[in-house]
Design a protein. Sequence first.
Length: 152
Amino acid sequence: MKIIAAMSETRVIGHSDGMPWDVPEEFEHYVEFVRGATVLMGRPTYEIFGFDTPAAHFVVLSRSPQPAPGAVICQNLPEALDAAKAFGKPIYSCGGAQVYEQTIPLATEMLLSTIKGDYEGDTHFPEFDAFEWQVAEERNEERYLFRRWVRR
Ligand SMILES: NC(=O)c1ccc[n+]([C@@H]2O[C@H](COP(=O)([O-])OP(=O)(O)OC[C@H]3O[C@@H](n4cnc5c(N)ncnc54)[C@H](OP(=O)(O)O)[C@@H]3O)[C@@H](O)[C@H]2O)c1
């Protein structure tokens, strides 16, 4: 499983019901990674980004059994992982913060963009132990810095 996220320089990933920046070229980069893949998301993230995400399969974590159109709803993480694996496609954990927290320990790779600038938000990317990870690729774009981290 790969983690994919965009965060500010202070690790902000979200503010109320969205992201507090508008950097379409970074969003496009997210779209290209997840196109045709299986994505795992928390229920609020699916409500915010599901429509704009061209994944082949959506596995959505929610403790409430409410149906979500176009998604497999799972009420716990093991069930979600089984459902995601069954599709036989690359799996991306697309957040938000609660889902990143639970899936970083399971991931082999993290595709993290840092948006340049200062943004306020109410949701943050979890701290991770940088000694467990190394940067395998880095690209400095005009408005964001992309790093691909692989587990050591
Ligand atoms: N910048 C980025 O790359 C990025 C990416 C994704 C999201 N975001 C932002 O992140 C924010 C949302 O993050 P969040 O942490 O509030 O929510 P989240 O991680 O998207 O989802 C949390 C919800 O998922 C369900 N859930 C989580 N763990 C579960 C488990 N083990 N078993 C069953 N259900 C589980 C619960 O849904 P129920 O409440 O339905 O039970 C929980 O309330 C938004 O602001 C969004 O814009 C940013």
